[in-house]
Design a protein. Structure first.
Lengths: 274, 92
């Protein structure tokens, strides 16, 4: 045991007051004049009024120097409006490029009902996402349950509005619609992602899945307006399938983002490495 | 911490007796470099843990320990100087 070990014991003792001063260190202090003087100095009366404020002032100055002005977070309604505009723009663009053949074939009731169901679903998803971006927002519908609920709602709407027909080349036709709808969904996901970065979503998996579903609903909406195939099976597998695939992709990306953030060297390390 | 340390201190032998009055802790650490003074003050006066001092000083626990160790070494040197030169001769 030497003076260095006494220092170490004193430091550990200061860091965790419950720890005991090692007996070897005590023995060394009894025999070492320099350590006796040091330990004696550490027991001297403390002039808190003179020493602590100076240190606190220095820490405060350093913290203030590190602070950067931040822009107040937008109200959730602002995010909702942007989601709605982006959603509408991409649907309009997709329909403009591909044509609105389904609207000419569907009955007014079918067209009104399916488009209303899609509008309500997309609105709820955009509302949920906007609230997820603003921490502390009140969620009227639990965000982890909403995507499932919306997929069930759309499935029921399609089953009620359209009839199951036996058609040839079922999978080939489905594949054609998925190939047409998936790129639109992927394209819409880009501005949605950029918008998400403006907020502070705390749960990447839930937010990723919701964003994927909203982007997928863009593809589903375009296909419902464009595709003249009114078979319920086709609408479920290929039109709604685009939303399901997109939601799964978003879920996967969110999961990866969460794993990266939880790693010790991620963006938000849990503890500072010693 | 220091109650334990006080128990450790034996009655000072005749040859260890200090020549002048013992300076206050603040007076002693005032002679240390800023970083060492800050760490020792926060540990002793502020009663912060090593982790808290590390956070407060935007540092790491390892760096705080090193700073405290250097501070203690410097305090030993200062106290030795005071003992040899008298209370007014040790200050640099």
């Amino acid at each position: 045991m030497n003076c260095h070990d006494v220092d170490r014991a004193l430091i550990e003792l200061a860091g965790s007051p419950a720890a005991a001063f090692p007996s070897q260190a005590q023995d060394h202090v009894r025999s070492c004049r320099r350590c006796q003087e040091l330990v004696g100095a550490l027991t001297l009366p403390m002039d808190e009024g003179a020493t602590l404020p100076a240190s606190l002032d220095r820490i405060e100055r350093r913290m203030v120097a590190d602070l950067r002005p931040v822009r107040p977070m937008t109200h959730w309604s602002g995010f909702f409006a942007v989601f709605a505009v982006v959603f509408g723009s991409f649907v309009a663009f997709g329909v403009y490029r591909m044509g609105a053949f389904a609207l000419a074939i569907m009955s007014p009731l079918q067209a009104w009902a399916i488009l209303s169901a899609l509008a309500i679903s997309s609105g709820l998803m955009a509302y949920s996402l906007a609230n997820q971006m603003v921490p502390g927002s009140r969620h009227r519908v639990p965000p982890q349950l909403l995507p499932g609920g919306i997929l069930i709602l759309l499935t029921v709407a399609i089953v009620i509005l359209f009839q199951f027909q036996h058609e040839r080349d079922f999978w080939a036709r489905n594949w054609g619609c998925i190939r047409a709808g998936a790129p639109i969904a992927a394209l819409a996901a880009v501005p949605f992602y950029l918008l998400l970065r403006r907020g502070a979503a705390l749960y990447p998996v839930i937010t990723g899945g919701a964003t994927g579903l909203l982007a997928g609903l863009v593809g589903t909406s375009v296909l419902e307006i464009h595709c003249p195939n009114l078979d319920a099976g086709h609408a479920l597998v290929s039109h709604l399938g685009v939303s399901i695939l997109s939601a799964l992709a978003g879920l996967g990306i969110g999961l990866i983002a969460e794993i990266i953030e939880r790693r010790p060297f991620g963006r938000f390390p849990k503890t500072r490495a010693e | 911490v220091h109650e334990i340390a006080m128990d450790v201190l034996p009655e000072p032998p005749a040859q260890f007796e200090r020549r002048g009055p013992i300076p206050a802790f603040g007076e002693l650490v005032a002679e240390l470099p800023d970083s060492q003074r800050e760490v020792l003050t926060l540990l002793k006066v502020g009663g912060l843990s090593l982790e808290e001092v590390a956070r407060a000083t935007s540092s790491t626990v390892g760096a705080v320990k090193q700073m405290a160790h250097r501070g203690y070494q410097r305090l030993r040197d200062l106290l030795e100087l005071r003992r040899e030169n008298g209370p007014n001769g040790g200050a640099q």
